[in-house]
Design a protein around this ligand. Structure first.
Ligand code: SF4
Length: 493
């Protein structure tokens, strides 16, 4: 049986479908606490939504699975208006849509999601349907149509904002997506079926989702053994798969004659330009050197100032809350002067979030001559979001103007990514600072873990958890200082 959760896994990583079906269960990692938290929150949100529903419905969620499918069928045949927790199957497909709703054109499936119903939605842009939601809904709709219980490809999501978001599966997800959602589903279904029938093989790839995956240790071993090309930072699965087989290892790319692949600004590899290929090649060559040292690809000038601030925010994506703006302040380049200055919302309330933002905003303006280092655009986008929410603290334009000042340095965008070659398989601050010898005090330092700590802090108020969050953020700030100092000592190649 092909299930909606297989399609969900497929949309993240095809190899996960393979391993979930055929992998050795003894090699699975523990489920990450962050993933457990996601599940917990999803179930709690679903329960809350159903409890508040206010319209009659048939609840099949607690019916034993073995009886649920028959009861769902009988409920549909008797014309039940709304069915919660049903189970349906047809022609090798099995689905458990949260909701089945009767309409003039038969039943349509819906899911309750503890996330936004659309992605990329903002004040300036319409959102678009999420591919993994659309794949799951399509499978339910396919079963309903196969059974003759639906006449359309309509579906819906009840999302975290209490909105019903329509998913018309006969439409494309956006103007840049040539296929309709239904066509995307048909392609995905074909590949997942082929994986399940062992008609095609998949291989692991080092991608962002690996960190939270229950096959992470197994795949990392395989990737290292095979010297997979995704060990090159920011290369990824889809671009790896465009390379010819002989170039799908780091060694293979490092040893290749680049001139044989490059034609002006293009290359013989579809969709990959000459500049990108040169960067990846340089990363591959450096990775294969002993005692490799990162280097600049062009001369750069690193600004100097008496006072430096190393800045990092912590957020809770579930509550859409920024609860910590951490700064390490250093004076005269002397580490002995370092001080950690956090501005915090130690309760998950908008009032405290606003106060913390206002304090951090004031602090940065009190240090008008300081250089402010941060890593990646996340701090800027978080402050923009806060300005939208609390315009009496600062306007969005003021936040933009602040981050455009030359004294605001995004170490990732301004230097690491655009002007340097590193031998690491990731360009995250964690990977670079660890490469430079920095150690976090925490045994499990990660953004995902910190979200989970904050969740427990809100639930328990345990001061040890709060101390852990602060220490983690302070170390993130210090890691940036280690990186900024290292950049001053590195050469141009
Ligand atoms: S660890 Fe990575 S490559 Fe392996 S199955 Fe999970 S997401 Fe895929």
């Amino acid at each position: 049986m092909i299930t909606a959760s297989m399609l969900y896994s497929f949309s993240t990583c095809p190899h996960r479908v393979t391993l979930d079906l055929f992998g050795d269960p003894a090699e699975r990692d523990e489920i990450s606490p962050f993933v457990e938290l996601l599940w917990e929150r999803g179930s709690a949100f679903e329960k809350e939504t159903i409890e508040k529903l206010g319209v009659p419905f048939l609840n099949l969620r607690d019916v034993p699975r073995i009886e649920r499918e028959g009861m769902t069928m009988r409920a549909i045949l008797s014309g039940e208006d709304l069915i919660y927790g049903g189970r349906i199957s047809h022609a090798g497909l099995l689905g458990e849509p949260d909701l089945l709703r009767r309409t003039d054109h038969g039943y349509i499936p819906g899911d309750i999601k503890s996330g936004a119903g659309l992605e990329g939605q903002s004040e300036d842009a319409d959102g678009k349907p999420k591919k993994h939601y659309a794949l799951q809904l399509s499978l339910y709709s396919d079963i309903l149509q196969g059974k003759g219980w639906a006449e359309s490809q309509a579906a819906f999501v009840w999302d975290i904002h209490g909105q019903e978001v329509a998913y018309d599966l006969s439409q494309a997800r956006g103007p840049r997506t040539p296929q309709t959602m239904w066509e995307e589903y048909e392609d995905a279904l074909e590949t997942v079926t082929a994986i399940a029938n062992q008609a095609i093989e998949t291989t692991p790839a080092l991608i962002g989702d690996c960190k939270l995956c229950h096959w992470r240790s197994h795949c990392r071993r395989q990737i290292n053994i095979s010297d997979d090309l995704t060990l090159i930072s920011e290369l990824g699965r889809s671009r790896r798969d465009k390379f010819p087989p002989e170039l799908r290892t780091v060694r293979g790319l490092a040893n290749t004659d680049l001139d044989s692949l490059i034609r002006g600004s293009k290359t013989t590899i579809e969709g990959i330009g000459a500049k990108t290929l040169r960067t990846w090649h340089a990363r591959a060559v450096l990775q294969k050197q002993e005692n490799a040292k990162p280097y600049f690809i062009e001369p750069v000038e690193l600004p100097t100032a008496t006072v430096e601030l190393f800045f990092d925010v912590e957020t809770d994506p579930f509550r859409d809350l920024c609860y910590l703006h951490g700064f390490v302040r250093r004076v005269g380049g002397r580490n002995s002067t370092e001080q950690f200055i956090p501005f915090t919302a130690d309760e998950a309330t908008p009032e405290l979030e606003k106060d913390a933002f206002a304090d951090a905003w004031r602090f940065v303006h009190e240090h008008a001559d300081a250089i402010v280092y941060y890593y990646s655009p996340y701090e800027r986008t978080t402050w923009k979001r806060l300005a939208r929410q609390y315009p009496d603290v600062a306007s969005e334009d003021e936040v933009m103007a602040l981050f455009e000042q030359p004294r605001f340095i995004d170490l990732y965008q301004d230097f690491v990514r655009s002007k340097m070659i590193w031998p690491t398989s990731s360009l995250s601050i964690k990977a670079l600072a660890k490469f430079l010898g920095f150690q976090w005090r925490d045994t499990d330092p990660s953004g995902a873990a910190s979200v989970q700590w904050f969740h427990h802090w809100v639930e328990t108020g345990d001061p040890a958890i709060w101390a852990r969050i602060l220490a983690y953020n302070e170390d993130d700030c210090r890691a940036m200082r280690v990186l900024a100092d290292a950049l001053r000592k590195l050469n141009v190649a």
